[in-house]
Design a protein around this ligand. Structure first.
Ligand code: 6PG
Length: 459
């Protein structure tokens, strides 16, 4: 039997969809699941693609089915299970085989796994995959970290399954060991900030302007045709227009307003702090989720403190809604600038040489934060890959100058009325602090010195 080009362990939703995507693009794939019955079920679900898939019931059978050097994707729950799976697989592998962890791993675990395998014949790739279930099935954005040789072995398969933006595949090798998972983590941190800012704008429209979910959905639909065009704005419209079949009410009004988190946003904030990079938008988003989860405490606090009386809604509603659109754009610029600044600092700290234009490039399609905006970020970083901060690139500086007034007006309104806008307010403070020269101490004639808190970290 013809051997498979690649193997995959873990036939949960993400693993199954990734395997079907790989098979659909003409690659032969071997699959293995801890529960053999799931492998049979999966082959039954694969339809016409089953001919491209070798279902295996034992690890021995699975390994023998893959062409050496064998790339093996492990798509299981992040954490200890990955270490257990790797330990079970290792004795069956041979020189230059590659274990690929495709889950949302903490990059520090990825670095440790990479080092652990360094003394063996087997190598390791930490691979960030974004786009959820749909992306895995039809084209995710893929962020790869590992050795260049191992990347070369997997490049053709990964290129075939990745999302395409103007025919360019959204996959890249970003550096050694934890580079791919680090970039995926920061992608998620930016995703957290983006979602928090969207939620804050929704809150202003709902509580400040007393609009219904469906009316707000229409506004997001309009914005999706303009500069905010993105997957998150698109699904916000859909979510706000969805109704609960039981009550007939807007779905968003019957869902408990309490968010959880799997960890990537928190790791982004922690790593930003470790690197002494200001990432206040990501931090505000993580704190927003944490506070949202304290539902009972919030209810009790509202009883204790009451709510401030709402001031009158802005007189010119249309102008205020236009301000909200511009404010969201301005705040987004701050969040992305912060995310890229964290990656730039990490690149130096961990010797990765992370390519900023390439990262923006592969986030333009497939991933959760995909947007028109990322195409503009790609252009800005391509012109100036080493720029200190995205906000000072000519294109983004022009956008900030155009929109920061709107952000200021928008933040002022909820602050006076007691509506929480932590991420929007943090974006405004970020700009206001970043652009101040401070005490006027002259720089001329002095060597440029950057006070790096990270260098002072305690061991
Ligand atoms: C993606 C997503 C996906 C998920 C995160 C965040 O890129 O496909 O980021 O990975 O949204 O795991 O999950 P939480 O929001 O639950 O932490």
């Amino acid at each position: 039997m013809q051997q498979a080009e690649i193997g995959l362990i873990g036939l949960g939703v993400m693993g199954s969809n990734l395997a079907l995507n790989i098979a659909e693009k003409g690659n032969r794939i071997a699959v293995f699941n801890r529960t053999p019955a799931r492998t049979d079920e999966f082959l039954g679900e694969a339809g016409d693609l089953a001919g491209q898939i070798i279902g295996c019931h034992t690890i021995e059978e699975f390994v023998a089915a893959i062409r050496p050097p064998r790339p093996i994707i492990i798509m299981i729950k992040a954490g200890e299970a990955v270490d257990q799976q790797m330990a079970a697989l290792l004795p069956h592998l041979a020189k230059n085989d590659i274990m690929i962890d495709a889950g949302n791993a903490n990059f520090r675990d990825t670095v440790a796994r990479f080092e652990k395998l360094a003394g063996t014949d087997v190598t390791f790739i930490g691979m960030g995959v974004s786009g959820g279930e749909e992306g895995a099935r039809h084209g995710p954005s893929i962020m790869v970290g590992g050795t260049e040789e191992s990347w070369k072995r997997v490049e053709p398969v990964l290129t075939s399954i990745a999302a395409k933006f103007n025919d360019e595949p959204c996959v890249a090798w970003l550096g050694t060991d934890g580079a791919g998972h680090f970039v995926k983590t920061i992608h998620n941190g930016i995703e957290y900030a983006d979602m928090q800012m969207i939620a804050e704008i929704y809150g202003i429209l709902r509580d400040g302007l007393k609009m219904s979910a469906a009316e707000i959905g229409d506004i997001f639909g309009q914005w999706n045709k303009g500069r905010l065009n993105s997957y998150l704005i698109e699904i916000t419209e859909k979510v706000l227009k969805a109704t609960d079949p039981e009550t007939g009410k807007a779905m968003v009004d019957v869902i408990v307003d309490s968010a959880g988190q799997k960890g990537t946003g928190k790791w982004s904030a922690i790593e930003a702090q470790n690197l002494a990079v200001a990432a206040s938008g990501i931090e505000a988003a993580v704190a927003g989720r944490v506070l949202s989860s304290l539902r009972e405490e919030r209810i009790a606090a509202e009883k204790l403190f009451g709510l401030p009386g709402l001031p009158e809604a802005p007189k010119d509603k249309a102008a205020f809604i236009a301000d909200l659109e511009n404010a969201l754009l301005a705040a987004k610029i701050a969040a992305y600038a912060q995310g890229f600044a964290v990656m730039s600092s990490a690149s130096e700290e961990f010797n990765w040489s992370l390519p900023m234009p390439t990262i923006a490039n592969i986030w333009r399609a497939g991933c959760i934060i995909r947007s028109q905006f990322l195409d503009e970020i790609t252009a800005a970083f391509t012109k100036d890959p080493d720029v200190a901060n995205l906000v000072v690139t000519p294109a983004f500086a022009a956008m900030v100058k155009e929109t920061d007034g709107a952000l200021r007006r928008v933040v002022a309104h909820p602050v006076l009325s007691g509506l929480p806008v932590p991420a929007l307010a943090s974006a405004l403070s970020y700009f206001d602090t970043y652009r101040r020269s401070g005490n006027g101490h002259p720089l001329e004639g002095e060597p440029a010195r950057r006070f790096r808190l990270s260098r002072l970290r305690l061991a």
